[in-house]
Design a protein around this ligand. Structure first.
Ligand code: SF4
Ligand code: SF4
Length: 295
């Protein structure tokens, strides 16, 4: 990894929810040098529950278009329903039509065929994004509406804004809480990053997560650090994951034992570093030091 570039970008990933990704992102934030945080887990953002941000700036996130029927103008001819490939139209009891916003893909065909000009074509409001202050630094985060589709654009926007702020204020680190899974949002969160840290659990699905994240990161030429959380739940599987990390030439940075205090910290809106003492905290510190030294 390049040592001459000042701003480093680290993306924290997990294959699925519940592995401790956000808990550890907050812990790393508490240990890191000057940083900006980006919560790119926009479907289930919960970093704010630990960091209690003070929102400074907020903006709407608009993505694509959606059709809306003005039912007072609708004659009930049904042409729109015939041409919609996404079955978005609903026939109401009075014979007029309305549109299910979750099904509407914004293609605009119905708008063109409606003889009564009863269908409006409007910007689709998909959520909000925010710039906030936290005790560890500025955080850029977002809230996706229930009907808003996570295509990765909101993730890109959050990340880009966080990067802009980090560069403007000459920060050392952009720490990204990435989305779970392996789809478009994850790709949007890792392209161009300096490194990925995968938080996994000792389970068969944890092993699969490792394979998938490793393949993805390799495609982008990004180094992968791997940490096993709740490692003592299955020591044999933890060892198998460690071996797989070594075989795949990724970096195994350590294990964290199962610790109820991790959950208690989150419930008190504190990072593990602010709340926990003893072995768990020592392990997290060692893991962070290894990652930061290697970046
Ligand atoms: S095409 Fe227009 S007028 Fe006909 S049912 Fe659809 S919205 Fe109503
Ligand atoms: S814009 Fe396209 S997807 Fe949406 S309701 Fe009209 S035809 Fe269907």
């Amino acid at each position: 990894m390049s040592k001459d570039k000042k701003l480093k970008e680290l993306v924290v990933l997990s294959g699925k929810g519940g592995t401790g990704k956000t808990t550890l992102t907050a812990a790393f934030a508490a240990l890191a040098p000057s940083l900006v945080l980006a919560d790119c887990d926009v479907d289930a953002a919960d970093l704010h529950l630990i960091l209690s941000p003070e929102v400074l700036q907020t903006a709407d996130f608009i993505e694509g278009k959606e059709a809306i029927v003005e039912r007072s103008l609708c004659s009930g001819c049904g042409l729109c329903s015939e041409v919609c490939r996404f079955d978005a139209f609903i026939e109401e009891s009075d014979g007029t039509y309305s549109i299910d916003p979750v099904r509407c893909e914004g293609c605009g065909v119905c708008v063109r065929v409606c003889p009564e000009k009863a269908i409006k074509f409007e910007d689709r409001y998909c959520g909000k994004w925010m710039i906030s202050d936290t005790r560890f630094g500025t955080m850029v985060h977002a809230r996706l509406e229930a009907a808003g589709e996570n295509s990765g654009l909101l993730v890109s926007l959050v990340r880009k804004e966080a990067r802009r702020i980090a560069l403007e204020h000459e920060k050392d680190l952009l720490l990204v809480d990435g989305p779970p899974g392996i789809g478009c949002p994850v790709i949007s969160s890792v392209t161009g990053a300096d490194a990925v840290v995968l938080i996994t659990e000792p389970s068969v699905s944890g092993m699969h997560d490792l394979e998938r994240v490793s393949t993805l990161a390799k495609n982008f030429g990004i180094p992968v650090f791997v940490c096993v959380n709740k490692a003592d739940i299955d020591i044999t599987m933890t060892e198998a994951i460690k071996q797989q990390v070594i075989d795949s030439k990724n970096h195994f940075v350590g294990t964290i034992p199962y610790d109820e205090a991790m959950v208690q910290a989150q419930m008190r809106a504190l990072s593990a570093i602010e709340f926990i003492t003893g072995e768990t905290r020592d392990r997290i510190e060692q893991i962070w030091e290894q990652i930061w030294r290697a970046m």
